[in-house]
Each structure stands twice: as structure tokens, then as C-alpha cells.
Design a protein around this ligand. Structure first.
Ligand SMILES: [Zn+2]
Ligand SMILES: [Zn+2]
Length: 329
């Protein structure tokens, strides 16, 4: 769009589609950076723990204790990576069979959207019940989507029970992958904070006595001294471990924030999208049932072992018993 002001100068404004393209490009760049970081961090941290931190920091402990610690380190890495790959590889979009499963066909669903918490363009049709949850028609995808599903401009698709688009993993979080995302957040928290603490203890015990000063632990100085000055005390693996401690802190903190927020939202039976848009959603189900709608039966076991094969979620993403839009809230 081209606009000229009083002085006659011409300003070129970005149209909505150009803004979207720019936003998608930024998200894509961030996704590549974070996935590369993840590809480096997970295997190198496992290596550091198995070959340095556990053998040296726990030298005075029995071999049995070191084996148990190694087991938990491997378990944490496997659980973290498994859930990470499930989050990024699971397609969270509304399945095609849901769009043509005897439910509204194109154009029949209710045309409405949420704008600043206000419902606009609401039309009742045969598919609206007293829950206030309607099927809607997505003009971009030209297809119907069930209640609580929303279109994502970054993923360019309609997401089944859309929770949010996560820039950390570079994918939308919806019904199909939310269970993995919550478990991933827990392991990011554990591996980040606990892993970072023990790597810090290792550096404090074995490197700090021979380092120049505490400034060796600040990345710009660390890299500079590794390149030009402090060889051989500041080895490459010490440099990597110092970088990892910082990344552990970042991953652990994001893990903590996402995990506590996800567990709160899931227990209340909302989605992050509904909360962000201040939608008047009322959920009358028990906390236990709300957890089972995401994780399936025996939901807590998911945090120890992947249970998606044995216990699928208790909802299909279409019908939402006990959930309604209550404008009196
Ligand atoms: Zn769509
Ligand atoms: Zn998305």
C-alpha cells in the first residue's frame, strides 16, 4: 500500500499479507536456530555427564551410585528427545476426516470470530447447541473446523483444539501434541536446572582453581581466552560446558514457565488461546478428567514413560462435554 503525506513524501506501508510473510520468516529463522542449538545441546550434555561430571564429581561414591546417576541422565535425555520429536513431528492440524465426518460442510458452519474478546458475525445454525461452542468456517483453508480449533497464520492451517503456537519448538500446540509438550517442558526444566547445577559444580571444583578469575565464566572472555590465552587449562570441553550452563539456565527457565502454565491451563480445562483472548469458557469437569482429556487414563504415568499408545486422550477434539461458552461469566 502506498500513501503520501502533506509534504508530498511517499511512504510504502506493508500490507497484511506482507506482514504475515515477514512474521513467518522470523519464526522460521528462530526455529532453525533453536533446533540447531537443541541438536548440539542434547548429545553434548549427555556426553559431558557420562564422561566427565559423573566420573569426576562423584569419584568418591560407589560404582553402583554412579550407575544409577548415569541411568537417570540417560532417561532424562531419552524422555526429553522423544517428547521433543513428538511435538515437532506430530501434525496438530484438524484431520481431513473430521472436516467431512457428517458435520458441517463448507459454508454451513457458523461464521464468527473473536476480536478483542467480542464475538462478531454470529449466525446460529443447526449445529449450534446450548454450549455456545460452534463449528466455524475457515476462509483461509476453505474448510470447517470443530469448536475450540483455530487457524494459525504461522503454520497456515487449522489446529485441532489449538493451545498456542510455540516459538521454542517451532510448531503449534494442539490436542495431538499437547501431551508431549507438557512432558517436554518438565524434562527441559529438570535437565536444564539440575543438569546446569551439576555442570556448574564440576567447573567450580575442577576448573576454577586453575582459571584466571571468575571472568573466565563470562562467555565473551571465555571464548577470547580459549582462542588466545588460557590454553591448555581452558580446554574446548570446558568452553563447551560453560556455554551449556548458560543454555541450561535458559532451557530450564522456559521449561519451568511452560510446565507450570500448561499444568494450570490443562487442570482448569482451558486452552492458552482461550485465556489470551479472554473467552468466557466455563469448564465444569473435574481436574482429573481435564488431565485425562489431554494425557489419557493414568495421566501422571506420562511423565515417567510415554503412554500415548496405551492411553489415548479421552476426547476426540470435536465434542466437548462439560465445556461451554458462558457470556454471564
Ligand atoms: Zn484454517
Ligand atoms: Zn502455529
Amino acid at each position: 500500500m502506498i500513501r503520501s503525506d502533506m509534504a508530498g513524501s511517499v511512504a510504502v506501508e506493508m500490507g497484511p499479507e506482507e506482514k504475515l510473510e515477514k512474521m513467518r520468516f522470523h519464526h522460521y529463522s528462530l526455529k532453525i536456530i533453536l533446533r540447531t542449538t537443541m541438536a548440539f545441546q542434547a548429545p553434548s550434555q549427555l556426553f559431558m555427564f557420562l564422561y566427565y561430571v559423573i566420573p569426576y564429581l562423584f569419584e568418591d561414591y560407589s560404582q553402583g551410585t554412579r550407575n544409577v546417576l548415569s541411568f537417570f541422565v540417560i532417561l532424562g535425555t531419552v524422555e526429553g528427545l522423544y517428547n521433543y520429536f513428538c511435538v515437532i513431528l506430530c501434525d496438530p492440524s484438524v484431520p481431513k476426516k473430521v472436516q467431512s465426518n457428517g458435520y458441517p460442510s463448507n459454508g454451513q458452519a457458523t461464521h464468527y470470530t473473536y476480536q478483542n474478546g467480542v464475538t462478531v458475525d454470529l449466525q446460529t445454525d443447526d449445529y449450534v447447541d446450548d454450549s455456545g461452542l460452534q463449528w466455524r468456517y475457515c476462509k483461509t483453508c476453505e474448510s470447517d473446523m470443530p469448536p475450540r480449533s483455530w487457524h494459525c497464520d504461522i503454520c497456515q492451517g487449522c489446529i485441532l483444539k489449538r493451545d498456542h503456537h510455540c516459538f521454542m519448538v517451532g510448531n503449534c500446540i494442539g490436542l495431538n501434541n499437547q501431551r508431549y509438550f507438557a512432558v517436554l517442558a518438565l524434562y527441559a526444566l529438570l535437565c536444564g536446572w539440575i543438569g546446569g547445577y551439576f555442570q556448574y559444580k564440576y567447573l567450580q571444583t575442577f576448573y576454577f582453581p586453575v582459571s584466571w578469575s571468575w571472568t573466565d565464566f563470562l562467555p565473551p572472555f571465555t571464548v577470547y581466552r580459549w582462542l588466545f590465552g588460557r590454553w591448555p587449562a581452558l580446554t574446548f570441553h570446558i568452553l563447551m560446558m560453560i556455554c551449556q550452563v548458560y543454555m541450561d539456565f535458559v532451557f530450564g527457565t522456559f521449561g519451568f514457565l511452560y510446565f507450570t502454565f500448561q499444568m494450570t491451563v490443562i487442570s482448569k480445562g482451558y486452552t492458552a488461546f482461550e485465556m489470551a483472548k479472554f473467552m468466557p469458557v466455563r469448564n465444569s469437569n473435574s481436574r482429573n478428567f481435564n488431565f485425562r482429556t489431554v494425557f489419557g487414563d493414568y495421566w501422571a504415568l506420562n511423565f515417567i514413560f510415554p503412554m500415548s499408545y496405551f492411553f489415548p486422550p479421552k476426547v476426540d477434539g470435536i465434542k466437548w462435554e462439560g465445556v461451554k461458552i458462558d457470556h454471564n461469566l
